[in-house]
Design a protein. Structure first.
Lengths: 732, 285, 231
């Protein structure tokens, strides 16, 4: 893209933002007033800076952990729009709605702009020097194990620097927490395949049998999987791929399935073993294990009809290779590991390992490999807080006060920590509980490197770089903050780095050879790297070592009916809101949920049959009560859910985070029980049981569904045709 | 459309294609959207908000049906009374302005604020629009959106720094005007300027609409229908969908259709420029 | 009997309301009394005549330097927006012109340069925000394809800038004025221009006029579809 040796920190220094004023005045003739407006002009301009013509810079999307590369369009010094970077093997030029809303994270009017120190119930703006001095003061005399850091997933140079800082504090208390993470599946994969995340080849599969893996919505690397899915639908050898989705609450992926099977919550493993039995190809211990899972029994326990299981089995037999996925719906139970193990076993019996389940590559810099977040970390942190172990606590990249299950009583425990420092973009629920809030640069202003957890073709290190000048003078990059804190401890070692940019540059230049820049001079290598936004590495393939392992695989008896709390609560994870850290981006709030078309609010999904039984209609406000607590929300009658379950989407229900998030919807995390997965200690997200009752109030559901109530009234609007009526081979 | 055209022979301008003896030469912008590839993820819709300065109206106005999304992903239920929607949903990706060749909206505009361009687009001129909303009433697809409020100023839809995100190539609409999908005309314009400067027509793949560029599954193709090299042309041809027919020949035949291309509400003779490809479902499961 | 008065009362009321609205919403005057745009106060009183004006053979210190418009306004041929040259451009010459360094305007210029602050030039030719005017296309059309002199081509819209000190708007720049030119027949072949047969050139113009005399170059009117200029 840009090959002149310009200093990227000096780029696009422009006069003010008059372009924005021009755009806003919009319609009408009032703006034709010669001599009133100022022309955008530069002091010094590079060749590529032409007024009226956009320039594009590459960086990395920070809206989720998938690590898509972005390409930002910049006009007159402002970033306008994010596209995908076509050179990235992960997203190949595409970007999801969540990623595109990244500009609203950057321009959000509710960002924190100054370091804030708690004064009673208010935050007082203080200087950075004072903030750093305060941290040093609070740290004096505190033992290493009395300091804790809670963060979201970290990787790249930030992880290295953070590790050095924790070492300098002599603490090992780094809790890496992600509220929505495939923790159990990772452990099960490690057992079955020898790696936490193998490389799934959806594009090579002829049949995908997915047990609640919402790979088109919010699972692992959705943009990448969506592209593979398009390939899968076009088919290998002209045979269109078939998707069968098994889950208790329909996800976006389920809505796109050829066959969606509503399974009784928690019985995913039973169905997997039943299919192995029906296949009849297993031998030895596997055959012994599955022989008691007869079609009739499996059908009774799971609620899936015998004929349907037979059809799926026949399809799997007929078309190979297939791919079986274990997703968040299967892992969310106390026996989640067993479910996932049974599902992985099905993959092995079908012989998919090595065909559609490939060995992943690893980045040759182990210190930069991501620390993956999970929920077990939150439990440990919460236990420590509750015991009053910590005197100084740092938090960034996570919002545990919002996402911790109600049963944790996290907010109360958090208050027991002595001095709480939050690095934050917004005053979210956790930042509001902190004693010191340090304002962060937005992801479009900050420097960084990132290694994605899920790598595709070859290894890569993603570069994050500013797409425009900082909006607010007093925000800092998270790397800069960690470096400044590290200098408090090891000033000699780090004094040569003026800022995180200098650290990053020198760290990458040191490994120039290994990063594919051998022979190039430093400046050329650096500019090239920045302009590409990605460092592609050969990476070494990690072998798949696992084998069919049935030892210890034992599914519990199907859960008994619970008299007091008869329904399962399934927290819905949507592609746009995920765990709620981006709820304050208005495009996402107004982007209708694809399944229900609801905007700006939460809802309770109930199956029509159950709703009739309880006398509930759409828009009724119901109280959903668990052992932990209760929330009230509007009902949406939704056929894509098991009658024994209700679902509330997570991500809404903030009571902080600014004008676009606060006060919209309810937060189902609040009523979640503390039930844990037996083997891994992860939070079992689907184990909360609830009861519902009508409050008597009724509202109009705010949704995008048409006036005809989502019916086509006999017109051919959205049409469907079955494969036996069509010839896809001649299509373009 | 020029002032003298308007004054002298308004009726003719409104009823005839601007280059009627050479229709669609060298451009006719059109789309083909594959329902089988669409997953309903909404990336296109967000891309449209970003590209075209669409206001976020908020909960209350959304409830009143005053949302301004130029493109909506529609979702339909099956109507056969099964217990579960076990063949998934019927997503209709992107119901947006179909850029009809004989657009019902154009003929009813009292001030000719919406009319046909030479490359087959249905243009909407904001500062000519007086807000009669006749066009919206006459649109069979319900894809025209009216500015009931002054979103940029009194409604303060883009507070503080948010204004800096606005695309300077697209007008920010004030109160009382109608708006709709433009097929990203600002991108087409820019591409045409580049092509004209080089003495050629816009090449296939040189210009993408914002929704097309974002779509992770590549369900949307957009291009020049009269360019035989373009993907859109090939798709329309393979599906035997002809632009200026209100009833396709392939549908007249007695045997079962094996092609899945169709246009919505074709029988109304609006001749839409968007072809959809039916969603496919496996018969074996 | 009021029944008979209802309609007239309504009409009179409507008329009053509309006229009151119109009176409150009068647009700023597009032209001043002498038919030109307003005099604009610029941070530095830039003498266009000194830079672009004709040489004065009798006294080299008086006349202009005949600098091509595009030497400073380079963006016009590359972008829709003409923009303003960066400060760097002014300094490129003025750094080495010692004879005028003590003049107040040049001192002002150096002040901006040393402070690394761009000069807040005011817009003289301000079009409404819904208009998409493309400088590049007009420069290509007239200067590159038809070999018109630069000052003449720019002058179609900007007037005779080489006679001005601070630029002042000379033409109305309203839609009717634009259309008055787009309505005229223009030759659509040009030496070095793009071929007529390939359509690419005259497309977006109206149909070329068919002339019986084949020796005459075909002519066409300028682009006339609304989205050509409105955004």
């Amino acid at each position: 893209m840009i090959d002149s040796g310009i200093d990227r920190r000096d780029f696009l220094k422009v006069l003010g933002w008059s372009g924005a004023a021009v755009a806003l005045s919009g319609c009408g003739n009032t703006s034709i007033e010669d001599g009133k407006e100022t022309v955008v002009s530069y002091v010094e301009a590079n060749d590529y800076m032409v007024p009226g013509i956009g320039v594009y810079f590459n960086s990395t999307c920070a809206q989720c952990d998938a690590g898509c590369s972005i390409n930002g369009r910049i006009r007159e010094g402002r970033v306008l729009k994010l596209e995908g970077n076509p050179d990235s093997a992960i997203n190949k030029g595409k970007l999801c709605g969540l990623g595109q809303a990244g500009v609203q994270h950057h321009y959000n009017p509710d960002r924190v702009r100054e370091p804030l120190l708690r004064k009673g119930n208010k935050g007082e703006a203080i200087s950075w020097d004072k903030a750093y001095a305060l941290i040093a003061e609070k740290m004096a005399g505190v033992q290493g194990d009395e300091i804790a850091l809670l963060s979201g997933g970290v990787s790249g140079h930030l992880k290295v620097l953070l590790g050095n800082y924790l070492d300098s504090l002599n603490t090992k208390n780094h809790f890496v927490y992600e509220a929505v993470a495939p923790g159990v599946v990772r452990a099960a994969n490690q057992k079955a395949y020898g790696v936490e995340m193998p490389r799934y080849r959806l594009d090579k599969a002829k049949v995908i049998l997915s047990f609640g893996a919402d790979f088109l919505g919010a699972w692992v690397s959705p943009v990448h999987f969506s592209q593979q899915y398009a390939q899968f639908r076009k088919g290998v050898d002209g045979q269109r791929g078939v998707l069968v989705q098994v889950e208790s609450k329909m996800t976006l992926t389920g809505a796109n399935a050829d066959r969606w099977l509503a399974v009784k919550p928690g019985t995913e493993g039973v169905l997997a073993l039943g299919i192995i039995n029906a296949l009849g190809t297993a031998a030895g211990e596997v055959a012994d294990l599955v022989k008691e899972y007869s079609l009739v029994r499996v059908s009774r326990e799971t609620g899936v009809s015998v004929s349907q299981i037979e059809k799926v089995t026949a399809l799997l037999k007929m078309r190979s290779p297939s791919l079986v996925l274990a997703g968040s719906a299967a892992e969310g139970y106390a026996h989640g590991s067993q479910n996932a193990a049974a599902i992985n076993l099905l993959n092995q019996v079908l012989g998919n390992v090595g065909k559609t389940i490939e060995a992943p590559v690893s980045v040759p810099f182990p210190q930069m490999v991501p620390s993956k977040g999970n929920t077990a970390a939150l439990k440990k942190f919460n236990d420590g807080l509750s015991a009053g172990k910590y005197k100084v606590v740092f938090s960034f990249g996570a919002n545990p006060v919002f996402t911790a299950p109600g049963a944790f009583k996290f907010k109360d425990n958090f208050a027991k920590a002595g001095f709480k420092v939050a690095f934050a973009h917004y005053l979210d629920e956790t930042a509001l509980q902190a004693d010191l809030v340090l304002p962060l640069d937005s992801a479009l202003e900050d420097w960084g490197t990132q290694v994605p957890e899920y790598l595709t073709e070859g290894a890569q290190i993603n570069i994050q770089q500013p797409l425009m000048e900082k909006l607010h003078a007093n925000t800092r990059g998270v790397g800069d903050i960690v470096l400044a804190l590290l200098k408090q401890k090891k000033s000699e070692e780090y004094k040569s780095y003026e800022d995180y940019y200098a650290y990053l540059r020198s760290a990458l230049l040191q490994n120039k050879g290994a990063l594919g820049g051998g022979g190039a001079d430093d400046d050329t290598f650096w500019t090239d790297t920045l302009s590409r936004g990605i460092v592609k590495l050969a990476g070494s393939a990690v072998g798949l070592t696992g084998h069919q392992n049935v030892a210890g695989l034992k599914l519990p008896a199907v859960a008994e009916e619970n008299e007091h709390y008869p329904l399962y609560l399934i927290p819905g994870v949507t592609a746009s809101l995920r765990d709620g850290r981006h709820t304050n981006q208005p495009w996402l709030q107004e982007s209708p949920d694809p399944l229900t078309t609801i905007v700006w609010d939460s809802w309770v999904e109930i199956h029509p049959k159950k709703a009739t039984e309880l006398g509930i209609v759409e828009g009724d406000i119901v109280e959903v009560t668990s052992r932990t607590g209760s929330v009230k929300a509007q009902v949406y009658i939704f056929p894509g859910i098991h009658p024994e379950a209700v679902s509330i989407p997570v991500g809404r229900g903030h009571d902080a985070m600014g004008r676009y998030a606060k006060g919209y919807g309810v937060n189902p995390f609040q009523i979640m029980d503390a039930v844990f997965e037996v083997e891994t200690g992860e939070l079992a997200m689907h184990e909360t049981r609830v009861k519902i009752h009508k409050t008597g109030q009724r509202v109009l559901v705010v949704k995008d569904e048409g006036a005809a109530g989502a019916l086509q009234m006999g017109r051919k609007i959205a049409s469907r045709v079955s494969t036996d009526q069509i010839d896809l081979s001649k299509e373009v | 459309m020029s002032v003298s055209n308007l004054l002298e022979n308004w009726a003719q301008v409104r009823h005839e294609h601007p280059i009627n003896d050479k229709p669609h030469d060298p451009y006719k912008w059109a789309m083909a959207i594959d329902l089988d590839a669409c997953t309903g993820c909404n990336a296109c819709s967000v891309a449209c908000y970003a590209e075209n300065n669409l206001p976020v109206v908020g909960r209350e106005k959304f409830q009143h049906g005053q949302q301004m999304h130029w493109m909506r992903v529609e979702r339909y239920w099956d109507e056969d009374g099964r217990e579960f929607p076990d063949q998934g949903f019927q997503f209709l990706p992107m119901m947006m302005c179909q850029q009809c060749e004989a657009a019902p909206c154009e003929t009813v505009c009292p001030v000719a604020a919406t009319n046909h361009t030479a490359d087959g687009l249905n243009s909407q001129i904001y500062n000519r629009c007086i807000g009669s909303r006749y066009c919206s009433a006459n649109c069979p697809f319900k894809v025209r959106y009216f500015n009931w409020y002054d979103y940029p100023t009194t409604d303060n839809v883009w507070p503080a720094e948010m204004t800096q995100q606005l695309n300077p190539d697209v007008s920010v609409r004030g109160k009382g005007v109608m708006e709709k999908c433009t097929f990203c005309v600002q991108r087409l314009s820019a591409a045409k300027v580049v092509a004209k400067g080089e003495g050629r027509i816009v090449r296939e793949g040189e210009v993408q609409t914002a929704c097309q560029q974002a779509c992770p599954t590549g369900a949307i193709s957009f291009g020049n229908l009269v360019n035989p090299e373009s993907r859109v042309h090939k798709q329309w041809e393979a599906q035997q969908v002809v632009l200026d027919k209100d009833k396709q020949e392939k549908d007249e035949k007695e045997e079962r259709a094996v092609l899945r291309g169709y246009r919505i509400l074709e029988e109304l003779r609006a001749y839409p420029s968007v072809m959809y490809l039916e969603r496919v479902r496996e018969s074996a499961v | 009997m009021y029944r008979y008065l209802r309609l007239p009362i309504l009409l009179v009321g409507l008329f009053l309301a509309v006229s009151a609205y119109a009176a409150n919403n009068s647009q700023p005057a597009l032209t001043t009394e002498d038919g030109l745009g307003p005099q604009v106060q610029q941070p530095i009183e830039f003498p266009h005549n000194r830079h672009a004006g004709l040489h004065d053979a009798s006294d080299p210190n008086k006349g202009g330097m005949e600098i091509n418009c595009q030497y400073c306004h380079t963006y016009a041929r590359r972008s829709a927006v003409a923009g303003i040259p960066p400060l760097q451009k002014c300094m490129g010459c003025h750094n080495s012109i010692d004879s005028v360094k003590d003049r107040p305007r040049i001192k002002e210029l150096f002040k901006y340069w040393e402070a690394k602050k761009p000069i807040p030039w005011k817009k003289v030719h301000d079009l409404p925000d819904f208009v998409r005017f493309n400088h590049e296309r007009h420069v290509k059309r007239f200067v590159e394809q038809q070999n018109r002199p630069v000052q003449e081509a720019c002058g179609y819209c900007h007037g005779d800038v080489k006679e001005m000190t601070v630029a002042r708007r000379q033409k109305p720049l309203a839609m009717g004025w634009c259309a008055s030119c787009h309505e005229k027949d223009h030759p659509v072949t040009a030496e070095g221009g793009t071929p007529v047969d390939g359509q690419a050139y005259w497309y977006s113009f109206q149909k070329p006029v068919k002339t019986s005399d084949s020796a005459l170059a075909p002519k066409a009117k300028g682009p006339n579809d609304c989205w050509q200029c409105h955004k």
